[in-house]
Every structure is written in structure tokens, then in C-alpha cells.
Design a protein. Structure first.
Length: 150
């Protein structure tokens, strides 16, 4: 009879342990899935910062992206004109119309970016625009400005 009750306790402990492990695994999955926090960084516990958040659609963020874009495109200065018409964003994409060059040689060009986390990444229009709006990676709301301008 004592061996039977020992078996019952052993089985109960295994069941309890299985429930605890399942709860711990569920909690780990829930907490590890991210957050809606746009603060920009999280600590990983080892002193390293993990970048989080979304790219902001504002003139400062787009101007910062234009610095990367200008390095890729010859290193000249690209300046975002003031005003709300100098850039547009939709569905994780942005199009900007910076001025490049100086004096009489200054022209307005088109730059396309895709959001990756909190950063705007310059994109090659010939690679992302496609032949028409349907075949483009660029959202249809930005297609004309991003793909059918200079």
C-alpha cells in the first residue's frame, strides 16, 4: 500500500512540474514578443541596448535618412526644404524631395525610403517601383510621387 501512495505523490509532482513549466514557457513567449512602446531602446539584461520602435515620419527623421541616402548617391549635401510637401509617408514607406547641389546647379530630386524598425533605409527606386503601382513594393498612395517623378 505504501508503494501505491508513493506512486501517487510522484505522479502529482510530475503533473505539478509540467504545469509550472508550461506556465513559465507561456510567460516567456508573451513577454518576449515585443511591445507597443516607441521609446527607442530596451535593455537586454547584459548591458546591450536593443533597438525598438517605429520610424517617425517627421522632418528631422527624414533629414537624417537623407544623410544616408546622399552618401549612397555620391556624397553631396541633400537638404529637405521646409514645408509639409517636402516628404510623405505611408505604410512603412517614405518619399522625400530634397534639394541637392548648390546655387544655380541646385535641383530637387526624389528619394525613397523603407522603414526598418526606427530607421528609414534608402531604397533604389529602380528596384522597388516596378513597372506600375500593382507590381511596386511602394504603397499605391505614394507610387506616383515615389516612382513617377524625377
Amino acid at each position: 500500500m505504501s508503494s501505491g501512495s508513493g506512486f501517487q505523490v510522484d505522479r502529482s509532482l510530475k503533473l505539478l512540474l509540467a504545469v509550472i513549466l508550461a506556465a513559465a514557457a507561456s510567460a516567456t513567449l508573451l513577454f518576449g514578443c515585443g511591445s507597443d512602446d516607441d521609446s527607442g531602446t530596451e535593455s537586454s539584461g547584459d548591458g546591450q541596448a536593443i533597438v525598438t520602435g517605429s520610424a517617425k515620419c517627421d522632418s528631422d527623421s527624414i533629414q537624417e535618412a537623407l544623410q544616408s541616402w546622399s552618401k549612397i548617391n555620391g556624397g553631396g549635401k541633400a537638404t529637405l526644404p521646409s514645408g509639409s510637401e517636402s516628404f510623405k509617408c505611408a505604410d512603412g514607406w517614405a518619399v522625400a524631395f530634397p534639394n541637392v547641389g548648390s546655387g544655380e546647379a541646385e535641383v530637387t530630386v526624389t528619394a525613397v525610403f523603407e522603414a526598418e524598425g526606427q530607421f528609414w533605409i534608402p531604397k533604389d527606386r529602380s528596384q522597388v517601383c516596378g513597372k506600375n503601382a500593382k507590381s511596386s513594393e511602394v504603397p499605391s498612395s505614394l507610387y506616383k510621387d515615389a516612382c513617377q517623378t524625377n
